[in-house]
Write a protein of this length. Structure first.
Length: 366
């Protein structure tokens, strides 16, 4: 069996984590041969509830669950962690404007970024789930000057999975037979679920659906699905969010399926004309623990407008918290671009021996 890895989870006493932790312990995220240490973090008044979840995990007798630790602060909870899942965030309260929500969460994610910078493993992979996830991820990454911006991502895999599941239901296909869907932009009601590159049973998806239905019904359904779930069950998505977190991290760590595309919110390098330095959802492929933006997709006028709309929302959010983003990390975010011999951007840290000492390198994703 392999050496254990450390996974830190904030908001660990919450409903998403209550589904997620059991998936991780069962090996669904990191693989069936990967032991894990769970470093569970929540507020001080949630420690007793967190202890109850730890008891349940213990009672499951998972062979891959090496250790559980409980923490009421991120500084202790992030120590030496290899993976950080930032689920906890301040929800929007009555009468709270979006700017207010962004500023309150900026304080939370600034602290978390600094703690990751100071205490996490140098190769830590970070996934931000707490909303507004894209801008929260930007705040955290900008407050971690010693980590690469490429180590920070935000969750749009839930939207990606929703797109596949709802399209499967509409067309009668199995979700496993639907590939190459793309979510562009922000995890919000401006996101753009793009089917122009998707395939159903190996054939172009747009040839198998009505364009009017796609534009007038399907896109708004994906954009507002989270709100509809809250109306129906009185609480936000939990089990589906846990599944999306599992899928996002599994693909990032173990690689995507050959030929397929997944959606990840990552720091923009300017691909597809998107402003550099914001965290925007792109089509990617993963291998070797890294991700690469899929280049060369044809963007029609309809798609371009929607990609621009969601980009503008992210720029507006960034402007609201600009005064909380350290200037010293601006250049690293706006200049992030590492190219392979293929000329296609691959996000990486460039760590390891210098190029003069290399004999063999196999790190191409595409």
């Amino acid at each position: 069996m392999r050496r254990h890895v450390r996974i830190a989870i904030t908001g660990a006493a919450g409903s998403i984590a209550n589904s997620l932790l059991f998936k991780i312990a069962a090996g669904e995220m990191m693989g069936k041969d990967q032991p894990v240490i769970l470093q569970l973090i929540d507020l001080p008044d949630a420690m007793e509830a967190l202890r109850g979840i730890a008891m349940e995990l213990e009672d499951c007798a998972y062979p891959l669950l090496h250790t559980i630790t409980l923490h009421d602060n991120v500084e202790n909870g992030f120590k030496n962690t290899h993976y950080a899942l930032l689920i906890g965030a301040r929800p929007r309260g009555p009468g709270m404007e979006r700017r207010d929500l962004l500023e309150v969460n900026a304080e939370i994610f600034s602290r978390q970024g600094k703690a990751l910078n100071d205490f996490a493993n140098r190769d830590v992979k970070v996934l931000v789930v707490g909303n507004p996830a894209n801008t929260n991820a930007l705040i955290a990454s900008r407050n971690a000057p010693d980590l690469s911006p490429s180590q920070f991502t935000a969750l749009t895999r839930l939207d990606h999975n929703r797109t596949r599941g709802i399209l499967a239901n509409h067309t009668g296909a199995s979700p496993k037979d639907i590939q190459r869907v793309v979510i562009w932009g922000n995890h919000s009601t401006t996101q753009y679920p793009d089917l122009h590159h998707a395939h159903i049973l190996g054939e172009p998806a747009m040839r198998q659906i009505d364009t009017g239905w796609y534009r007038d019904q399907f896109i708004p359904t994906i954009q507002t699905r989270g709100g509809e779930i809250i109306k129906a069950r009185g609480a936000s998505s939990a089990a589906s969010a846990a599944q999306a977190i599992t899928d996002h991290m599994r693909d990032w760590v173990l690689g995507t399926e050959p030929g397929d595309i997944v959606s990840m919110s990552i720091v923009s390098d300017g691909s597809y004309g998107i402003t550099k330095g914001i965290i925007y959802s792109f089509p990617v492929r993963c291998d070797y623990g890294r991700y690469q933006i899929v280049q060369g997709l044809t963007i029609n006028d309809f798609s371009q407008q929607r990609m621009t709309d969601t980009e503008q929302e992210l720029l507006d959010e960034k402007a609201m918290v600009e005064h909380l983003l350290p200037e010293e990390t601006a250049a690293s975010h706006e200049g992030l671009s590492i190219c392979l011999r293929s000329g296609v951007t691959l996000y990486a840290d460039g760590t390891g021996p210098d190029s003069g000492s290399k004999y063999l390198t196999t790190n191409r994703v595409m």
